[in-house]
Design a protein around this ligand. Structure first.
Ligand code: HEC
Length: 139
C-alpha cells in the first residue's frame, strides 16, 4: 500500500513538473483561444488608496497570498514553479488586469497557483487585490 502511494505521488510530481515548465515568465498564462477577449476585461472599480488598502488586507489575510508571494511580493521559492516577482516592471507591463483576474479565477494551470476568486475571495475582492499587486511595481 505504501509503495503504491509513493509511486502515485512520484507520478503526479513528475507529471506536474513536465507541465509546469515555462522558461519564459512573460509568456501569457491564459490559453491562446481566450487570450484576446480576456486581455480586454477591465475592473469596474476605479483606483483609489482605499481599494489598494482593502486589497492589501486580502493579500495578507484571507486570500493567503502572502504565504507564497511573500511580504514584498517577490515570492518564496516553491518546488516546480516559483511565483513571479510582482515588483518587476517588465512582468507588470506584460500583463493586463484581465489576465490577472483570469489567473485568480482559474489558477495557473500546471503550477501551485490555486483558484482564489469564487473560492476564498469574491470577484470585487479580487479586483482590490489586483490593485494592491499593481502598487508593488517598481518605478
Ligand atoms: C500556494 C501558493 C500560492 C498562493 C496561496 C497564491 N499564489 Fe499566486 N501564484 C503562485 C505561483 C506558484 C504562481 C506562478 C504561476 C505561474 O507561473 O503562472 C502564482 C502566480 C500568480 C499570479 C500571476 C500569474 C501571471 O499572470 O503571471 C497572480 C496575479 C497571483 N499569483 C495572484 C495571487 C493572489 C492575489 C493570491 C491570493 C489571493 C495568490 N496568488 C495566492 C502561488 C500561489
Amino acid at each position: 500500500m505504501k509503495k503504491i502511494t509513493l509511486l502515485l505521488g512520484l507520478t503526479i510530481f513528475a507529471g506536474q513538473n513536465a507541465f509546469a515548465f515555462h522558461p519564459d515568465i512573460y509568456q501569457p498564462r491564459v490559453p491562446e483561444e481566450s487570450l484576446e477577449q480576456v486581455r480586454n476585461i477591465e475592473s469596474s472599480f476605479p483606483d483609489s488608496p482605499e481599494r489598494i488598502e482593502a486589497g492589501k488586507k486580502i493579500y495578507f489575510g484571507k486570500g493567503l497570498c502572502v504565504t507564497c508571494h511573500s511580504n514584498d511580493g517577490k515570492g518564496v521559492r516553491l518546488p516546480g514553479h516559483s511565483p513571479r516577482n510582482f515588483t518587476e516592471k517588465k512582468w507588470q507591463e506584460s500583463r493586463t488586469d484581465g489576465e490577472l483576474m483570469w489567473v485568480l479565477k482559474n489558477g495557473s494551470p500546471g503550477t501551485g497557483m490555486p483558484i482564489r476568486v469564487g473560492k476564498v475571495i469574491t470577484e470585487e475582492e479580487g479586483w482590490s487585490v489586483i490593485q494592491f499587486i499593481r502598487s508593488l511595481k517598481n518605478k
